[in-house]
Structures are given as structure tokens and as C-alpha cells.
Design a protein around this ligand. Structure first.
Ligand code: AMP
Ligand code: GLY
Length: 423
């Protein structure tokens, strides 16, 4: 099989690393990819939202399967583009069609979906500029902290959590009236604050059957002790140690099953990953968000724990035979620690040479923001490398990730020293 992966992060490098291990994978392409994917696949310098270029690449290279990494092309309808094109219609795409991608593309859509299918989530109401005053009244009825969410995609920045009522009202106005997040905040969802520990569950579905993949927890804040600005993720652990069988069963019965059933009932075709962001309130799971793709850096700990041939698994999704797959999960814990550019998530420089790869022992280095320049690997983004390790528990795995990340060097390298501190 010739396979094309869309994306350029650590998630896409991890998917490429796994697909590349399959004897069924003949030629592997990543668009646009990074320096890590260049070492195991052919990178193609096109954008993930340039559907016409993607079509050209797919036809030219006789691609048999397309795996979509990030949410943007899914929300923009890349899967539908294939289905509506005579030359592409028989090439399977892993990732939902536009209609179901609204689960991530619109917070209001996702909340309505959860309410319709009795899936536990925080109470909410949504507002536009036309009922701003009602938004203020709703805020007055809630207790602090106040959770405001821009309805649309806002590059992970669209959620505000505020302690002060007046500030919450100001921000609501900024979002609705002053387009603080552009079009993404034309509608704002205000919801009840839930207090608990967060975790994520990943589900792979072919639209009929589904498999629950390993759980993971990521560390989003830049600073130690979960302080400072939000990032795309500074590290991750799989499985999360605080989920016992009883809690997993609740997630299964109350969340995963009704989600997959709900997609069917609502006629939302779905072949791909569902990333369910959860919060454990007492002993009960509540859904915070859906994403219609794998997480980054969660993928860098989830994919390495899947023992199956991933090409076979994706083929089964395409043929709607996922039920025939016996999913095998590695019992060990996997951890990853992200090395980021100094200054990230604010302004940072690119083009810094990265050294030390040859000294890594017993860890896998997944590349995120890297590229090759004059035969050297240089930084090319905020999140640069994810150092993944296995262990019998998360402490053992983290020890290896930290021993190895210290051997990697670039100007102003930064990473959190306390991944797993709260477990
Ligand atoms: P989201 O983009 O919806 O995942 O929200 C970003 C982050 O905001 C989540 O990872 C949570 O840490 C936090 N958050 C979102 N919704 C709530 C809520 N209802 N209660 C508490 N925290 C929340
Ligand atoms: N790590 C969070 C995300 O991928 O959205």
C-alpha cells in the first residue's frame, strides 16, 4: 500500500513511525512532514488544506490510503472532497467527513450532540451578539470560575476561565462584539465549571464498530506545577494511573457507546479517531470536549502502545470491518516529554541546529517543529521534539525520557521537568 499522511507534527511522525513498521506499507508520504518523517518517508511540501495539490499528489503517487493528522482539513471537508471526486472516491480517508468534524469545529454543535444523546457534560448556554444581555444574566446565575468558549476553531486559545464576574462579562463582550477570536467567537458557549482531574480517551471507529485505544493525560501549561500559558502540550503519559476498571466502565457505558451510537442516529458518517477530553468529577466522567483526530503529544504515547499492524487496522476501518480486529495493547506505560523553543508559547526563534540524536538510548525521539536545512536538523516551530519512553510504571518511563532529553541540544531548549507531578 502507498500511504499519505497529512500533517507535520509529533503526532504525524508517530503515525508514520508505526505505519512504516508494517510489511503492508510500500511507499509512505507525509505532507508537509518534518525532519523526522523525512528519515522514514518522503515529505511533500504542500499545505494540509490545499485539496487540489493533495489530489495531484494522491494520483501521481498511486496513494491507496490517506490518514489525516490535524483537525483543520477535516473541518474544511477534505474527506468530502475525496467522496465528491470521481478519481478519489475509492481512496479511503481516515478522518471524519465535514458534518461530523463539527464535533470539534463547533463547541455549540458538540454540546447539542451531548445533550441529545444524554452524554454527561457541564451545563451550558450559548450566546451571540444579539443576546449579549442574556449572556450577562446567565453569568450572574453561575458561580465563579466562569468558563467562556469560542464556538469555532481558535488554535487552542478559544477557552477562557475567569474568576471575576465583571472580567467574565468584559471578555464575553470582547468575544461577541469585538470578535476577539475572529469568526470563531461569533457564538460563545458559557458553561458551568467542573472541578477534577482531566484525562483523554481515544476511540477509533469505522462508523459501525469501534475500539477504545489507551487513555492518556497531557500537560498543557508551559510552567511547572501546571502554571503559565497554555501550549499545545508539554508532555503526556499513557495509561493514566487513576483509572480503574469501574471508572473505565462508566466511560464506556456513559460516553463512548452513546457517542458512537449518536453519530449513527444523527447520520454522521465517521471513519477515524475520536478524542474525548474528560474530567473526573468525584468518580464520574464528564465530557469537556471532542476532537476529531488524535491528540499531540498524546499520540506519541498512545500509538507506541498499540501492538497491531496499524496498516491492517486502518484497512479494517476503511472496509468497515473493525470488529474483526483483535486490538493488542502493550501493558507498559509510555511517557513523552516535549522539548520546546525558548519563548514558546510566545515569540520564539527558528532555525537553531539540533544535536545529540545519536546519543539517545532506549527512547524514541519524535520530531514536531523540525526541518532539514543544509543537511542539518534545525528547529522549525515552538514544540520541537517529543522524547518517548516505555517503563513498567510512569516513573520508570519518565526517568528514561528525562535522561535522554538532556542529551539533546539546541539554543534556548526548554522543557518541563515535572511531567507526572500530580499523579
Ligand atoms: P477545551 O478547549 O474545551 O478542551 O478547553 C480547554 C481547557 O479548559 C480544558 O482542557 C480544561 O482544562 C478547561 N475546561 C474546559 N471546560 C471546562 C469546564 N467546564 N470546567 C472546567 N475546566 C474546563
Ligand atoms: N494535546 C491536546 C490536543 O492535541 O488537542
Amino acid at each position: 500500500m502507498n500511504i499519505l499522511i497529512l500533517g507535520s507534527g509529533g503526532r504525524e511522525h508517530a503515525i508514520a513511525w508505526k505505519l512504516n513498521q508494517s510489511s503492508k506499507c510500500k511507499n509512505l508520504f507525509v505532507a508537509p512532514g518534518n525532519a523526522g518523517t523525512a528519515s522514514i518517508a518522503q515529505n511533500i511540501p504542500i499545505g494540509v488544506n490545499d485539496f487540489e495539490k493533495i489530489e495531484e499528489v494522491v494520483l501521481k503517487n498511486a496513494i491507496d490510503l490517506v490518514v489525516v493528522g490535524p483537525e483543520d482539513p477535516l473541518v474544511n471537508g477534505v474527506h468530502d472532497y475525496f467522496l465528491n471526486n470521481d478519481k478519489l472516491v475509492n481512496i479511503p480517508v481516515i478522518g471524519p467527513q465535514k458534518a461530523a468534524a463539527q464535533l470539534e469545529g463547533s463547541k455549540e454543535f458538540a454540546k447539542e450532540f451531548m445533550v441529545r444523546h444524554n452524554i454527561p457534560t457541564a451545563a451550558y448556554e450559548s450566546f451571540t451578539v444579539d443576546n449579549l444581555e442574556d449572556g450577562y444574566s446567565f453569568l450572574e446565575k453561575l458561580k465563579a470560575p466562569y468558563v467562556l468558549k469560542a464556538d469555532g476553531l481558535a488554535a487552542g486559545k478559544g477557552v477562557l476561565i475567569l474568576n471575576d464576574l465583571e472580567e467574565a462579562k468584559q471578555e464575553l463582550r470582547a468575544m461577541l462584539q469585538d470578535a476577539k477570536f475572529g469568526k470563531a467567537s461569533t457564538t460563545v458557549v458559557i458553561e458551568e465549571f467542573l472541578s477534577g482531574i482531566e484525562l483523554s480517551v481515544f476511540v477509533l471507529t469505522d462508523g459501525e464498530g469501534y475500539k477504545v485505544l489507551p487513555t492518556a493525560k497531557d500537560y498543557k501549561r508551559i510552567g511547572e506545577g501546571d502554571t503559565g500559558l497554555n501550549t499545545g502540550g508539554m508532555g503526556a503519559i499513557s495509561p493514566v494511573p487513576f483509572t480503574n476498571a469501574d471508572f473505565m466502565n462508566k466511560i464506556h457505558e456513559r460516553v463512548v457507546k452513546p457517542t458512537v451510537e449518536g453519530l449513527k442516529t444523527d447520520s454522521l458518517p465517521y471513519k477515524g479517531f475520536i478524542f474525548i477530553g474528560l474530567i473526573k468529577v468525584g468518580d464520574d466522567p464528564f465530557v469537556i470536549e471532542y476532537n476529531v483526530r488524535l491528540g499531540d503529544p498524546e499520540t506519541e504515547v498512545v500509538i507506541p502502545r498499540i501492538k497491531n499492524d496499524l496498516v491492517e487496522v486502518f484497512q479494517a476501518v476503511a472496509e468497515q470491518k473493525l470488529d474483526s480486529i483483535d486490538l493488542q495493547i502493550d501493558e507498559r506505560t509510555a511517557t513523552t516529554v516535549m522539548a520546546v523553543s525558548g519563548g514558546y508559547p510566545g515569540a520564539y526563534e527558528k532555525g537553531k541546529e539540533i544535536t545529540g540524536f545519536e546519543t539517545i538510548e532506549d527512547s524514541i525521539v519524535f520530531h514536531a517543529g523540525t526541518k532539514i536545512e543544509n543537511d542539518k536538523v534545525v528547529t522549525n516551530g515552538g514544540r520541537v521534539l517529543a522524547v518517548t519512553s516505555y517503563g513498567n510504571d510512569f516513573k520508570e518511563a519518565l526517568k528514561k525520557s528525562y535522561e535522554n532529553i538532556e542529551k539533546l541540544h539546541f539554543d534556548r531548549i526548554n522543557y518541563r521537568k515535572d511531567i507526572g507531578f500530580d499523579l
